[in-house]
Structures are given as C-alpha cells and as structure tokens.
Design a protein around this ligand. Structure first.
Ligand code: T4K
Length: 368
C-alpha cells in the first residue's frame, strides 16, 4: 500500500545540496555563524521583507530566547490552539500563560476577548498565525499600544506570507519562524526571529551564542542556539525553489477545496483578504451531526488506507498533563470545539492530485 503521511519535507536535488556543501570540506568551517549562515541570513532578510533577522537552530529557540531577551514578567496572553512550543516557551521563561479563545474562522486569537484578559501583571501578547492564517494584526497593534504591551508573534507557519503587501515578520515587536523539516520552507531544523529594535536583536544574539563578544570577552549569560552550516546550506538550496514549492502546494489546496469546499458538515478556513498565502497546512473541521462522521472516524478510515492525517492541534496546550489541571479549558470554548473536530489532511508540494482525489473519495465515501 502506498503510504501517505501528513507532509513530506521539501528537498533540493541531491546534487544541488552536495554542490552547496562541497566547500565545507575545503574550509572545515561547520558552524558558529559561518559563510552559509551569513548568506542565508541576508537572503532571508530580503525574501521576507524584514528589517532585521537572526537565524537560530530551531523555531522553538527563536520563541524562547526572544521572550527571554525581552525581560518579560508576570502574565502573557496567548492561545492554546497551537503546538506545544508556544506555551512551553512562555512557561520555560517563568511567565504565566493566560489563554485567550480563538476566532471562529481563522482560529487565531479572538481580538474581541483579548482586552478583557489584560491585568496589571500582563507584559506581552503571543498570538499565533496558526496554519498560516494571519491574526488580526491591526487590532492587536492597537490594543498593545493602548496598554504598553509587547507583541511576539508565533509565525512558525507563515514563512513568506505578506499582509497588505508587507512581510508578515515585520508586524509586532518580533515574529518567530520555524524552518523545521515539516514546514513550507525548511533548513532541516531551524528558525529565525525578525524584530524591530536592534538592541533586542543584540540580546537575542547574546543568548544564541553564550554572550560571547570576542575570544576573551563574555558579556552575557547566553545559551547555544546557532544554526549550523549544513542547515544553512539546505536553506540556501530550498530558498531557490520556494516560489515554485508554494505554487505547487497552492494547487493541492485548490483541488482539496474543489472537492470538499461545498460539502455540508465540512468546514474549511475562508481565504483571507489581503494575504499572500504559503499554503502551510490544510485543516478541515468535521461537524459530526451534519456530516455523519466524526473527525476521529475519518482519521481512522484514512489510516486504514495508509493515509496518515494529523489532529493538529489536539489536545489544546492548556489541557496538557504537564500542567496538572492548572488552566481552565472552559475559558477557551471555541478552541476546544475546533480541537475536537479538526483534521489536517496530507499536504506537500509533490502530492499528486490523483492522491488528493483518493483522500477525498475515502472521506466522502459513505455520505454519497
Ligand atoms: N510554534 C508552532 C505554532 C509550531 O507549529 C512549531 C512547530 C513551533 C512553534 C516550533 O518550531 P520548531 O522548534 O519545531 O522549529 C511537527 C514538527 O516537528 C514541528 O516543527 C511543528 N511545529 C509541528 C506542528 O509538527 P510532529 O511531532 O507532529 O512531527 P512528526 O515527526 O510526527 O512529523 C510529522 C510528519 O512530517 C511525518 O509524518 C512525516 C513528515 N516528516 C517528518 C520529519 C521529522 C518529514 O517528511 N520529514 C521529517 O524529517 O511535530
């Protein structure tokens, strides 16, 4: 049986990658902000249309170190409908996550509720552009200014997206991207933070490289979160093909939408206005009462055919066992509703449209 997983890493031709890494055998320079790191950093700055960018070893460290570099205290407002990383980055900085519910259509932070969660202990907002759906950046900016809060976007899913023609990484005080193998753009593992304030960038740099300023000068108590040269080389190669990759993902999604978009009991995110998308994920929400089958039944049925969809993002982070019931999930009812019903279907650039048809046929099989 031909197995299909939820995604498959984009990779350049092997020869292209080998050509890119060949000179590492001449220089023996493998990490510590080498030539490839510097090249990728400057190419990404241009591609993402951002003023400042710092590369890191993964998306999680981008988030965790950015929060640390901001010296935040107290409470941080965020959403539980996300990958573990977002909440963990907050908690690992000794901060208290305060969970806001999500919007019905985009599954991003519900800006209508946001203001009611602000207290005199709130220091920041960490909204998530989940699945590549853009948050209401204008309203978030207004609220953050009004209360003097920092905004750090979890932009793990939004590589290359723009809003009103502006690079998505240029919103808020900082935006953190993931370049993990499963993302639209990958550096195997990898990530980056884009930021406004150069001083913040200096502090993130210190945290990513032990606070070292020279062979005999250590000015900060930093960690190690450097992207190495093999990661950067993968990024340089993948960046050459990214527009084509995104276009191919777009075709896959177009086909899914054609097949599933009008089916009663299946909900698909509406296309967002003024957004250039990157087609990061394809989430589908099943309303069992109308569709006739639950999300879990559909996931199991697909698995029987060797098709492995995923329940991103179930369970909600505010229900994780590691938090021992500390958070009240009833405060985020929409997030709970979506998490129980959502399934992300297989999506990658080279997924053949015939396979998309096969997946849709299995999903729709018993309702016809
Ligand atoms: N914030 C958000 C909102 C995020 O979604 C993430 C990461 C982060 C922050 C943190 O960024 P990083 O520190 O990871 O850069 C995957 C990814 O590992 C993770 O990056 C991603 N979000 C999350 C949504 O998905 P798993 O545990 O589901 O991955 P796994 O190993 O089950 O892989 C899923 C599928 O991907 C496989 O079935 C096949 C395919 N795959 C996987 C790997 C590892 C490949 O094709 N190639 C590969 O190398 O977490």
């Amino acid at each position: 049986m031909n197995e299909i997983l939820v995604t498959r890493s984009s990779m350049p031709d092997m020869e292209e990658y080998i050509d890119e890494i060949r000179d590492l055998w001449d220089t023996h320079w493998l990490t510590n902000m080498g030539k490839k790191h510097r090249q990728l950093q400057s190419e990404l700055k241009e591609y993402l249309s951002v003023e400042n960018i710092e590369l890191l070893t993964n998306g999680h460290m981008a988030l965790e170190l950015t929060l640390q570099a901001m010296n935040l205290t107290g409470e941080v407002i965020t959403t539980p409908f996300t990958f573990a990383s977002t909440t963990h980055a907050i908690v690992r900085n000794g901060l208290t996550p305060v969970f806001c519910d999500i919007d019905t259509d985009s599954y991003t932070i519900d800006v209508g509720m946001l203001e009611s969660l602000i207290t005199d202990r709130t220091s920041a907002i960490v909204p998530v552009h989940v699945y590549g759906n853009i948050c209401n950046v204008e309203e978030i900016e207004r609220i953050a200014r009004k209360y003097g809060l920092k905004v750090i976007y979890d932009a793990a899913h939004t590589f290359g997206e723009t809003y009103k023609g502006q690079g998505i990484g240029s919103f808020g005080d900082a935006s953190c991207f993931s370049f993990h193998a499963t993302k639209t753009f990958n550096t195997i593992e990898g990530g980056a933070v884009c930021f406004r304030d150069k001083e913040l960038g200096n502090r993130i740099y210190d945290l990513k490289n032990f606070g070292i300023h020279g062979p005999e000068v250590v000015e900060g108590v930093g960690a190690n979160a450097k992207m190495n040269e093999f990661q950067a080389a993968m990024g340089i190669c993948n960046l050459r093909h990214i527009d084509e990759e995104i276009a191919k993902r777009g075709k896959v999604i177009e086909h899914y939408r054609k097949r599933l978009g009008m089916v009663e009991g299946i909900k698909i995110n509406p296309v967002q206005e003024n957004v250039k998308p990157n087609y990061a994920y394809f989430p589908v929400v099943f309303d069992e009462k109308v569709f006739g089958f639950s999300r879990n039944e559909i996931a199991d049925r697909l698995a029987e055919h060797g098709i492995f969809s995923r329940k991103y993002f179930y369970p909600l982070t505010n229900t994780f066992a590691c938090f021992n019931g500390k958070f009240d999930v009833d405060k985020t009812p929409m997030a709970l509703h979506i998490a129980k019903r959502v399934l992300t279907l297989p999506l990658y650039a080279d997924l053949p449209l015939e396979e998309v048809d096969r997946i849709c046929n299995i999903i729709l099989e018993k309702i016809r």
